[in-house]
Design a protein around this ligand. Sequence first.
Ligand SMILES: [Zn+2]
Length: 432
Amino acid sequence: MKKSIIISIIILLSMESVFAQQKESIVSIPFIERVLNGLASDEMRGRHAFTADAEKAADYIAHEFQDIGLKPFTDNSYKQNFIMNKVSRIHESILLNKKALSKEDFLIIGNKKDLSWNQTSAIKISRIGKSDDFAKKFRSFVNSNEDIIVEIDPVFASYITRFNKIYGKDNVIPNRVEEGPSKVFIVCESLPKNYQIHYQSSITPFTLSNVIGYIPGKTKPHEYVIFSGHYDHIGILEAVDQDSIANGADDDASGITAVISLAKYYKNQNNNARTLIFAAFTAEEVGMYGSKYFSNNINADCVIAMINIEMIGKDSKFGPNTLYITGYDRSDLGALMQKNLKGSTFTFHADPYKVQNLFYRSDNAVLAALGVPAHTFSTSQIDKDNYYHTVKDEISTLNIENIKSSIEAIAIGAKGIVDGSQTPSRVEKLQD
Ligand SMILES: [Zn+2]
C-alpha cells in the first residue's frame, strides 16, 4: 500500500516535471505581449470589420503567419477575401404622436434601402415585456422572417442604447443583395396610434478578409484541425475619460494571440500528422460573417476538430489554470484534451453560462451545426465583465499569465488530435 503510494507520488512528480518541461517551449510572456500590443494598440482603432483599421490588423496577422512559415490558405495569399454589402445609414427617425424619439431609444435592423412605416402600414407589432427573457426574445425577433415592430419595455432601455452603439452605426450588413425583413425596436410603454418610422440607407459592396495559414499534415494531410479566433472588434465608441477606442484586447486579440502562438509552436515541432489550419476571422462582431464564409467553403467532413479561442485574458470563474469549453458534452474533445493534461493542475470545464447559448454564438457555430466537434474555448466571465465591449477592454486590464497558461493547456491538450492518435466524436448535426 505504502509502496504504491510512493510509486504514484513518484509518477505524479515525474509527470509534473514532464508537464513543466513541455510548457517551457510553447510560448513566452514577451511573445504574447508583443503580439497583443500589436493587435490591441490604439493604432488599430478597434479593428472594426468595415474599416481600413481591420485591414491593418489583417496585414499584421498575415505578416506574423509569414514570419512563422505557414503556407497561405487561398491562392498564394493569407487573405481569404469575400464581398459583402455594407449598409450605411443616411437617415433614421421615429415620431410617436408627432414627437421625435431620441436615437438612443430605438434600433432599426434590416437591409431595406428605404423604409417608411406608419399606423396604416399594417406592420405586425410585438413586445418584449418586463418579465420576458430579453436576450432570447430579441434574438428570435432579429432572426424572424417578417417585418416587425417590437415595443421594448423601458426596463430594457439600456440594452437598446448599447446595441445602438454596436449595430446602429453605418455597418449593419446583410449577406444577400435582395431586401429582407426589417425589425424596428422601440423603447416605449406602448406604441401610440399615431407613429411614423423613416429609414434610408445606401448599400455598397465591401471586401472583407479572413486571414488563414496552414501547416500540411505529414501523414494525414486530408484531415484538418482548425485553431481559430476573430480579429475584428467594435471600433470607435463614445468617449469615456477621453478614450473612444474599443481596443478589444480580451475580445479577441487574446484569442488571435493564442492562434499565432500555437502556429509558431506547432511549426517548430514540425511533427503534425494532420493538417493544421490557423484562422483569424473577420466580422464576428457584426454577425460572424467571416467564419460563416470560411466554414461554408471547406469540407466539414474533413475537419476533425475546431478549437476556437475567444477571450482568454482573465481568470475564468473556476480560477487560474482553467478554461471552459462551450458545448462541452456535445463531443468528447474536451475530455480527450483533459486526458492529455494528466499530471498538470490545469482543468477544462463545461461552459457555466448555459442560458447564454454561447455554443452557437461564436465562430465555431457553423461547423458545429455541420457535425464538426467545433467548440469555443474561453475564460470570459461574460455575465459580470464590465469591460466587455467597452473602451476599457485594454491590455492593462488583462492577466497575461492567464493567456500563457491557456495557450499551454490547449497546445498540450491537443497533442493527440494533432499527431493523429486521437479523434474526437462528432457533434450532432443541426437540421435546417
Ligand atoms: Zn469576441
